[in-house]
Design a protein around this ligand. Sequence first.
Ligand code: PEP
Ligand code: MN
Length: 338
Amino acid sequence: MIIIAQPSATEEQIEQIVARVQEFGLEAQITRDESRVIVGVIGPEQLFRGQSFAGMPGVEAVVPDVRPYKLASYEARGAASTVEICGVSIGGDSAVALICGPCSVESREQILSIARIVKDAGARLLRGGAFKPRTSPYSFQGLREEGLRFLAEARNETGLPVITEIMDARDLPVVERYADCLQIGARNMHNFSLLKEVGRSHLPVLLKRGFSATLDELIMSAEYVLSEGNPNVLLCERGIRTFESATRYTLDLSAVPILKMKTHLPVVVDPTHGVGLRAFVPQMSLAAIAAGADAIMLEVHNSPDAAKSDGEQALVPETLSKLFPRLRAVANAIGRDL
Ligand code: PEP
Ligand code: MN
């Protein structure tokens, strides 16, 4: 069960709600966002009756648990939420945001020049990995803190907020020093201790779907982050493993409307990893926007043949520039900006 406080509820009223929950021998978990406070009730629900809370001062609504996730469910807010990354809003009625950059940060010159290119092409955020989850331990693993420094320099020059992957909770302090949004990669979607750790961060979290994860499992992973007090979570569809071998993964675009029905969280689509072949990324980007994605994440490289990771799927700058007006046209067709 969740108890949604009125936007005007006082701290004293919240404390009274919490005290009442505890009187029943249950735990109260408080989540705050800019507009209101939500009290999640944890424990066996047979210990109370929902109507005990409904009439309390400061209570707007009492929502019984209809799903295993309390804080991520659409009912927890009753409206789509918006996540702000350094002034760029994603979700709700915000314009569709384009997140672009290389798979990996490879050098200062590389990330600075790609950042300038994607900014000119219409990107609102910059992506780039400094800690890379590679299938082989002998492949390029990322520039680590040096890569983060280059990303921050690119952000300072272009004004594009930076999204970068964190693979290990021990790296959180250093990543937080440079990044504006933490990415949890597909391979770490089930890493619950890492999810709890980023749930205590002040930075928003872009959570990628594991390539064998169901949508409910993705939402439960988001719940781990939310339940530690971080309300700023973006869900990202990036392709799942199926029997189809023509593409690297299978981009599950039905995830977009389903996630938006089940949760209030913004939904990002990464057609680059979903398809894995640059020739098909533009079509799937257009389709993702048509399906209702709140943001699109695209890998872009100015010299993809020399890229240290994922070169075969990176868009070249000219393709991105030509694609942008088409993406905008699709966004406009469904009543959104880009
Ligand atoms: C990436 O974004 O470069 C990446 C490694 O993504 P995923 O975790 O979806 O494979
Ligand atoms: Mn990649």
